[in-house]
Design a protein around this ligand. Sequence first.
Ligand SMILES: [Zn+2]
Length: 175
Amino acid sequence: MKMRFCPLCATPLVVRELDGRPRQTCPACGFINYENPVIAAGCLIEQEGQVLMVQRRYPPRVGEWTLPAGFVEWDESPEEAALRETEEETGLRVVLQGLFGVYNWRHAFGGGHNDNGVLIIYRAAIVEGTLRAGDDAQAVAWFPPDRLPERIAFSSHRAALAQWLAQREAAPLSG
Ligand SMILES: [Zn+2]
């Protein structure tokens, strides 16, 4: 994310060549604005051949569907974020069963917050709880592979679901 002023001392930042690329730096205190991808994490929960999805309540992509997922907070691991987001959005406590996949998204213009990110999806199974849409969801629902919602938000979630469909086709007897 581009910044105008140093977040530590409020001096206007200047661009300098560091590590072979232009980076915004503070001429007063030496702060360097490293621009790194944001990390999101979530769960692929499959039950009786169906996948659990969440319908978004808030922008962007209101009304579109995703896997339960969200951004990792600075004091969380991706695993903790996946568990927290799943419980917040679906009301379900789950146990992680290993990595399902890692997906990158990049928006064309770059340089803005969330313009480059990594989505980590874990396989998960329900431990307890009652399915209900959380505060930031309009609805939660199970979808069979041949009737996924038409409007799936975000290329990273579409990639994860495409992988799920492909793996099911490759192993049709796995349930
Ligand atoms: Zn500074």
